[in-house]
Design a protein around this ligand. Structure first.
Ligand SMILES: Nc1ncnc2c1ncn2[C@@H]1O[C@H](COP(=O)(O)OP(=O)(O)OP(=O)(O)O)[C@@H](O)[C@H]1O
Ligand SMILES: [Mg+2]
Length: 297
């Protein structure tokens, strides 16, 4: 059986993707799931540092260069973290320019071949095509945003571009619809459908079907008390584009223990299970477990 795949992305850097991905991975392992965490972060592959793994015996590079044939051969099993399987990223080889289409396809194929219950992808920040493609490839997408204005703006951009990329993924790149769509900017999702229909009547249904079920879930991080207005602002930009409100999977408060945990090379749910951030992360993991079990059923 294929694993349930989950991607974690955001427009802006430093929002907390790695915090979310690494802690969720540890919690799901603790709850008895066989979990793979893959660090696809282009610029700053650092998830392994959070587990105190400094010299992994193999990395994603060994798979990408072809010196290892299968992904599980480059994963590191963390016995101290409930047998979580970590696939360490390497900033260098994952640089957008370096990953060919064929390599990307091979990686995507092998991710689905992993023998686990859950595969979590930390796709890193930004909106490069590779980042978007890994983000949209999964069963469940998580978006991490803070409430600071630039983060909200980047989150909106990320959501918009990944939605368009998702629509494009249902058409061949040589298709006239695909070519027309990729040359335009859209402010609302309805505009995408209307435009597709104008190019070719049947394209609308196809675009709508592809987006059916594409509902990235939002995780707000580094939240302090004062942010009600910003929260409304974020909801507003999202619903303006999508025409619906995004499910909010959780809110993680700003917590100084996050920094302490990083300094101790431990996921915060291990370092300080009772801390505000750890409690919030556990709740998010509970909701995710339900979503995962629905996917499997
Ligand atoms: N809830 C929080 N409370 C306090 N500090 C936090 C919180 N979440 C994240 N941080 C701080 O923000 C920094 C960035 O977090 P993290 O590395 O998880 O973000 P990221 O989105 O993965 O970043 P990048 O885009 O660089 O990969 C961390 O070093 C941590 O100190
Ligand atoms: Mg990161």
């Amino acid at each position: 059986m294929m694993p349930v795949t989950i991607s974690v992305g955001s427009g802006k850097g430093g929002t907390g993707k790695t915090l979310v991905a690494s802690n969720i991975a540890a919690i799901l392992s603790q709850r008895g799931k066989e979990v793979y965490l893959i660090d696809l972060d282009v610029g700053g592959a650092d998830a392994h540092i959070l587990y105190g793994v400094f010299k992994p015996s193999a990395t994603l590079t060994d798979f990408l260069t072809g010196s290892q044939k299968h992904l599980h051969e480059v994963s590191t099993r963390l016995d101290t973290f409930y047998g979580l399987n970590l696939i360490v990223g390497t900033g260098e080889t994952l640089k957008t320019a370096n990953m060919s289409y064929a390599t990307k396809k091979r990686l995507l194929k092998h991710i689905k071949m992993l023998k686990g219950d859950v595969v979590i992808l930390d796709v890193g920040a930004g909106t490069s095509l590779n980042t978007l493609d890994f983000f949209i490839s999964t069963d469940i997408q998580l978006c991490v945003s803070t409430l600071d204005p630039t983060s909200i703006l980047d989150f909106y951009r990320f959501l918009k571009l990944s939605t368009i990329r998702k629509v494009l993924s249902s058409f061949l790149s040589t298709d006239e619809v695909s070519r027309a769509l990729s040359q335009k900017d859209f402010q609302r999702i309805d505009e995408i459908f209307a435009f597709a229909e104008k190019i070719r009547p049947d394209a609308r249904k196809k675009a709508e079907n592809t987006l059916n079920g594409f509902r990235p879930a939002l995780i707000l991080n580094q939240v302090r008390g004062e942010s009600t207005l910003d929260r409304l602002k974020l909801k507003h930009v999202v619903s303006k584009f999508l025409g619906i409100t995004l499910p909010e999977l959780g809110v993680i408060p700003w917590d100084e223990m996050v920094f302490e945990a990083i300094r101790s090379y431990m996921p915060i749910i291990e370092y300080s299970p009772g801390s505000k951030a750890a409690v919030a992360l556990s709740k998010i993991a509970d909701s995710l477990l339900e979503m995962i079990d629905t996917q499997i059923a």
